[in-house]
Design a protein around this ligand. Structure first.
Ligand code: NI
Length: 271
């Protein structure tokens, strides 16, 4: 594995993500100003379960650096299937990839998404720049809102395309913040809102993983009809607990992730 190449890839993915999510960069810089070194627990991607766009098309670019698939997850209500990938060097971020199960959606929604997938040029995903190139199709704002009525996830993918949906700070790696509550207070103190669907902290020590996230900021996106402000990406924070073996748990909790997906919903979630 070429560490420098992998570092450079993550740096390009991060730069693209920060352009859409300036709040992540501000929070990251605030941690650095506290003397912290920010380590990523995981980087997440969203895609469609379509022969041209499934999770394999994203995973292949990480697998060449030694990443291996680990656990799988099911989100029945949101019609999502997901897997996480780990690097043999556990200091590298895990990769969490979910895909929307198109065959479970209504036929008008399937039609919009299939049209996007089928219009993709040949070899569009051959290069690893696929991981940070963004949207490469045109879409109507009316189609975006139609998708959002059935699946906020589908709408997000249609508007933003190929790029990371979120980065996640490893709270275990922070020195001055002993738990997720302290991190949440710090982030709110900077003026950012947290996703409170299901409580600010998702998961418990017994489940071996606690997570929280910001609410996605609104960004200006170009559609065929013009520019509209829509929710983009969010920043996440994860604290892991040890297994009886003493090693940190590395998996994810579907019940917690289910609520975290809602961080990009159009209507902001209130308590
Ligand atoms: Ni996540």
């Amino acid at each position: 594995m070429d560490q420098k190449k992998l570092d450079s890839l993550f740096s390009k993915i991060w730069q693209d993500y920060c352009q859409l999510n300036p709040q992540a960069l501000k929070i990251y810089e605030a941690f650095i100003a506290q003397g912290e070194q920010v380590i990523n627990d995981h980087v997440a991607y969203r895609t469609l379960q379509h022969p041209r766009l499934g999770m394999k098309h994203i995973a292949k670019h990480f697998e060449k650096y030694g990443y291996k698939e680990k656990n799988e997850y099911f989100f029945k209500e949101k019609k999502l299937y997901a897997k996480h990938y780990e690097h043999p060097d556990l200091s590298q971020p895990k990769i969490f990839i979910s895909e929307l199960e198109l065959n479970k959606l209504s036929s008008p929604t399937q039609k919009i998404l299939n049209t996007l997938a089928e219009a993709l040029p040949p070899h569009f995903d051959e290069d690893e720049s696929h991981l940070y190139k963004g949207r490469i199709w045109d879409i109507n704002y009316s189609e975006y809102t139609q998708l959002a009525q059935e699946s906020e996830y589908a709408a997000w993918v249609s508007a933003f395309g190929f790029r990371s949906n979120h980065f996640t700070v490893s709270v275990n790696s922070l020195k001055k913040f002993k738990d997720l509550e302290q991190v949440n207070l710090f982030v709110k103190g900077l003026g950012f809102s947290l996703n409170s669907a299901g409580g600010e902290i998702k998961g418990t020590p017994v489940e071996l993983l606690e997570q929280s996230s910001t609410l996605a900021g609104q960004v200006d996106v170009e559609f065929k009809e013009g520019h509209y402000k829509i929710p983009a990406c969010y920043y996440e924070f994860a604290r892991r607990y040890s297994l009886p073996s003493g090693l940190l748990y590395q998996g994810f909790i579907a019940k917690s992730a289910d609520k975290i997906f809602e961080s990009t919903n159009r209507q902001k979630i209130s308590n």
